[in-house]
Design a protein around this ligand. Structure first.
Ligand code: 3H9
Length: 691
């Protein structure tokens, strides 16, 4: 065995040389890895071996470029040099793939002459999710193998294709038995030598590109079909242009030059910076300083859910999906029946629904009218009406029923969990698990730590969140926690702006153009204006009161802030406009023209300011956690990183200056957070704050 460097070895199996990488956690293409590959292949080529296998140790093949190196000075062998060394090798090179071959990892594998993989492997070019495009020939080689249409779909979705599909696409030449990758790859290499197979260079294969030549409609249609999905993002369009270049260029090099140029443009732009930041933000959110990774967890083999409404049902589905039995309890039989039927319907209507799977999941679900049936549950989540007296009553009862060590969770979205916990004699077992609606779809889970919540309860909740496919963020107890607390700032300003002179559709348009899926008023119409609205208490004092009294309760009644046609297409409503004008007249407000810029700053900066308050109070561990909440729970465009990243992008000094200006003109709704003042005084950014 020759040790090439700290992450690379060169060994022999008879006449096959084996270059092995071992650079945990994911064999990313750091300078060290590139150097090892370059030198390893050089020595293998110079040796008397007849073929060369590239294989990785650990959990995966190369998972891509080392994202942490982006933006820094280039060190070590370049990736193109490594690729050229492999591709131009006079001996057959075989890439042996397990785990994931992603991004630069797949681009390296595409410079081998052949690829073998185990069935569990997955292959893809996910750069688009980092606001990038495959910058090491991926956009030029993939369409040469998979064809233009498939390549377009792969690079713009970033999807990881399973090995079997990769085999069908020609991306993989042979599947080898699970757990026997090295032997399989060596045997495959020997066969190549014995049968004198050609050294296939993907770059030379133009047949699939020829098929797409002179057919610009392929690209036009693809763009049109995906326009909604790609809205606001630069990277999908740039990926498409690279594949267009592969088809329309006169040579591989010409296409590669386009790819290089567009890659650099994306890499140095703000969208990719935000998306790369976000990639690490989501992973960092899982790390809790005083609850280390090795904190013991409690087993959760059975879950109880109190309340079979939309929220309770959605929560239950998360656990059923991963095979954890759920007992769901309601007060009345008809409500229980309705809840169970809704869960079944949701399964039956979900995309790719398979009847056996629905039955299997439903078989794990038990409905009951008695909370006593929670006695054997390891975790009980209540999703009942948002009122402190009701919640406390529920928790006092749960305290009497739940087994020792069971985790008692509330799905409250703003109530004080310390107070809820005080209704029990085991506050250490009480935690907030704030799911977002629809709970079976939305990725975000706010995990709320109360004063006495035990560390193993936190560790268990974070682990469980991952198991059910959620992105969990830890928050402290405060009204609205992280997400809704900041949302209420935006909502307040949106309502004020309407009184001052903007129309709901002006505000919605500005926020939509910023990148949100919809603005606050369209959102209210979708959710229903009458959520939490009680007719008897309505005094006609707010726009919502008036709209609800007129039975304009949102999309479901065909009208709310907007008017809706039969296809639920929203149109600005003259009725709403008149109500607003009457309101202003009644309050003696002279409407003024409000710029789009002011709308954006009024809606967004108070949120950033509130985020700063949340941080100074220690209710979020770090700024990036707040960003994870907003991207996953509220549709904040990931290419803007999240509110705190955006605050850094604009500049904390600019945010502070505006807050002060607004405060001077409109009062203490805009009082700057002490932390924001401090950062600006010290010339720092939110990203300088350490957890
Ligand atoms: C690219 O290739 C550009 C080229 O086209 C052009 C070049 C010129 N770099 O996700 P996990 C870390 S762009 C650095 O928790 P899993 C991650 O932060 C790249 N670090 O594990 C974490 O660290 P920690 C295209 C990376 O098993 C640890 O590894 N490739 C990278 O759930 C474990 O990660 C991609 O976009 C990286 N590339 O999932 C693939 N990747 O433990 C990105 C991971 O300290 N990676 N880390 O928190 C993934 O999708 C997943 O990590 C993977 C494993 C599926 C591989």
């Amino acid at each position: 065995m020759t040790e090439i460097n700290s992450v690379t070895t060169l060994t022999r199996d008879g006449d096959v040389a084996i270059v092995t990488l071992n650079s945990p956690p994911v064999n990313a293409l750091s300078a060290n890895v590139r150097d090892g590959l370059y030198e390893g292949f050089k020595q293998a080529i110079d040796s008397d071996a007849k073929a060369i296998v590239l294989i990785c140790e650990g959990r995966t093949f190369i998972a891509g470029a080392d994202i942490t190196e982006f933006g820094g000075a280039m060190k070590g062998a370049s990736l193109p040099d490594v690729q050229a060394m492999m591709e131009n090798s006079p001996k057959p090179v075989v890439a042996a793939i397990h785990g994931t071959a992603l991004g630069g990892g797949l681009e390296v594998a595409l410079c081998a002459h052949y690829r073998v993989a185990v069935p569990s492997a997955r292959l893809g070019l996910p750069e688009v999710n980092l606001g990038l495009l495959p910058g090491a020939g991926g956009t030029q080689r993939l369409p040469r193998i998979a064809g233009v249409e498939k390549a377009l779909e792969m690079v713009t979705s970033g999807r990881h294709a399973p090995a079997k599909e990769a085999l069908a696409m020609g991306l993989v030449d042979e599947l080898v038995e699970e757990g026997k990758l090295k032997d399989g790859a060596v045997a495959f290499a020997r066969k190549l030598v014995a049968e004198n197979k050609p050294l296939v260079k993907v770059r030379e294969n133009n047949a699939k590109l020829e098929e797409a030549k002179g057919k610009p409609e392929i690209f036009a249609e693809f763009r049109k079909k995906n326009a909604r999905k790609f809205r606001g993002f630069l990277a999908p369009e740039y990926n498409i242009r690279c594949i267009e270049a592969a088809v329309n260029s006169n040579s591989f090099e010409e296409g590669l030059a386009v790819e290089r140029k567009l890659f650099m443009e994306l890499m140095t732009g703000p969208q990719s910076a935000a998306q790369r930041y976000y990639f690490f933000a989501e992973r960092t959110a899982q790390k809790i300083p005083d609850v280390p990774d090795d904190t013991p967890t409690r087993p959760v083999k059975k879950v109880g859910v109190l309340g079979a409404g939309t929220m309770g049902g959605g929560i239950a589905m998360n656990f059923l999906n991963v095979g954890i039995p759920v007992t769901i309890v309601e007060l009345k039989q008809d409500a229980l029946d309705r809840g169970l039927a809704t869960i079944r319907k949701n399964y039956e209507r979900s995309r790719g629904a398979v009847p056996e799977q629905t039955e299997q999941r439903m078989s794990l679900l038990t409905g009951s009218l008695s909370m006593d049936d929670f006695a054997d549950c390891d975790l009980i989540i209540e999703a009942v009406f948002e009122r402190m007296d009701i919640k406390k009553d529920v928790f006092a009862k749960l305290d009497g029923i739940a087994k020792p060590g069971a985790i008692l969770a509330t799905n409250t979205s703003y109530l004080n969990i310390d107070e809820i916990a005080s209704a029990t004699k085991r506050p250490q077992d009480v935690i907030g698990l704030h799911f977002f609606s629809p709970a079976n779809v939305m990725k975000l889970l706010e995990v709320i730590r109360a004063d006495h919540t035990a560390k193993d309860v936190i560790a268990t909740s974070m682990k469980l969140a991952k198991q059910i496919g959620k992105v969990a963020v830890l928050a402290g107890v405060c009204p609205g926690f992280i997400g809704n607390r900041m949302l209420s700032q935006r909502q307040r300003e949106a309502n004020k702006l309407v009184l001052e002179g903007a129309m709901p559709w002006d505000i919605d348009r500005v926020l939509y153009d910023f990148g949100f899926p919809m603005g606050p008023f369209a959102m209210s119409d979708l959710a229903g204006l009458d959520i939490g609205w009680v007719k008897e208490n309505s005094k006609g004092e707010t726009l919502r009161d008036v709209l609800c009294e007129m039975d304009r309760r949102g999309q479901k009644t065909g009208a709310g802030f907007y008017d809706y046609d039969e296809n639920r297409t929203a149109k600005p409503s003259p009725v709403t406009e008149k109500i607003i004008q009457d309101f202003r007249a009644k309050k003696g407000i002279n409407a003024r023209t409000i710029s789009d810029e002011e709308i954006l700053e009024r809606c967004i900066y108070p949120m950033i300011n509130e985020g700063a308050k949340i941080l100074e109070e220690g209710k979020a561990i770090r700024p990036s956690d707040i960003d994870v909440v907003w991207v996953n729970g509220y549709g904040w465009p990931v290419y803007r990183g999240g509110p705190m990243h955006y605050g850094d992008f604009v500049g904390p000094d600019k945010v502070l200056a505006k807050m002060k200006e607004f405060q001077g003109a409109m009062g203490d709704d805009f009082k700057p957070a002490a932390l924001l003042e401090k950062l600006v005084a010290e010339g720092k950014k939110f990203s300088d704050l350490k957890a």
